[in-house]
Design a binder for this molecule. Structure first.
Ligand code: OGA
Ligand code: MN
Length: 289
């Protein structure tokens, strides 16, 4: 039986995992171990993986249902399962920083949870690094589970019963215009502000750039609470900045982590990563009070 080894990356969350080749089909036991480790560590980095899109999609399917990439689906209605992260086109050419698609990706530099704006948000994202910049280009992560645990009791009691509206157009129109078809495909959605992991019962709040407002609250009060929760989760000491190496496959739990790109000089460096996401389960949402 495979025994995975975990080396913690940050006191709150994250582990570097050895002992598993992700590029061949995993056994049921290995999948269970990976799922349990996602529940516990929230972020797993598997270095030195000899990945291809085919193997990446196979791994994605072993963890659940792949999510249709929303930009392509929104604009054209076509279902593709990969998003390209970075500034390298499929034909290998590099885009400059001023290019519209490079600019659009600067939206990833706001703290967010992938697909929190969907009716059924994502379980995990799986990102593999093929080319990395010679400097900068880290992805930063924080745990909203650890942040929830740090809250004073009375604040947990205040937020436990609340809902939150997540809205892609609200967040992304702050950095670049959103294509009208794409915007129409993603109406605002309502989630519980506090979610619970169905495996271990651990709770976290669920904010980030797509979190727009609290239903029934004024805009001012909504923003005050959501901005405060974000600030409490993203203090310098809460951050794990992942310094990408070629061959890293990172799986992170979108139910309870926020992440953001730290940025890099897209005029100078190439950065090419491929990303898939696994559809979540609504069981992560605690029942209405
Ligand atoms: C992502 C993302 C940030 C980065 O892939 O979902 O937000 O570092 N990436 O590019
Ligand atoms: Mn993201």
């Amino acid at each position: 039986m495979t025994t995975l080894e975990f080396e913690p990356l940050h006191p709150d969350f994250g582990a570097r995992v050895s002992g598993l080749d992700l590029t061949r089909p995993l056994s049921d036991d290995e999948i269970t171990q990976v799922r349990d480790a996602i529940d516990t560590y929230q972020l797993l980095c598997f270095p030195g993986q000899d990945m291809t899109d085919e193997r990446h999609l196979q791994l994605t399917r072993q963890l659940g249902e792949p999510e249709a990439e929303h930009v392509t689906f929104g604009k054209t209605g076509d279902i593709v399962y990969f998003g390209t992260v970075g500034n390298v086109e499929d034909d290998g050419s590099k885009k400059v920083a001023a290019d519209a698609s490079t600019k659009f990706q600067t939206g990833n530099q706001l703290w967010h949870s992938d697909s929190s704006f969907r009716e059924v948000p994502s379980y995990v994202s799986i990102l593999h690094a093929y080319e990395v910049p010679g400097e900068d280009g880290a992805t930063e992560f924080v745990s909203m589970r650890a942040a929830y645990e740090r809250l004073p009791d009375e604040m947990r009691e205040t937020i436990d019963p609340l809902y939150v509206v997540h809205d892609y157009v609200f967040s992304r129109s702050q950095v670049a215009p959103v294509d009208p078809n794409h915007a129409a495909s993603l109406p605002p959605v309502r989630h519980r502000l506090v979610r619970e992991n169905p495996g271990n019962g651990k709770r976290n709040y669920y904010v980030g750039s797509h979190a727009r407002s609290i239903p029934g609250w004024s805009g001012v009060d909504s923003r005050r609470l959501l901005d405060d929760l974000l600030a409490r989760a993203t203090r310098a000491q809460d951050v794990y900045a992942h310094p990408w190496q070629v061959g890293d496959t990172v799986i992170w739990d979108n139910r309870c982590l926020l992440h953001r790109g730290a940025g890099y000089d897209a005029d100078r460096w190439r950065r090419r990563m491929r990303q898939t996401r696994v559809v979540g389960s609504e069981k992560g949402v605690i029942p209405s009070p």
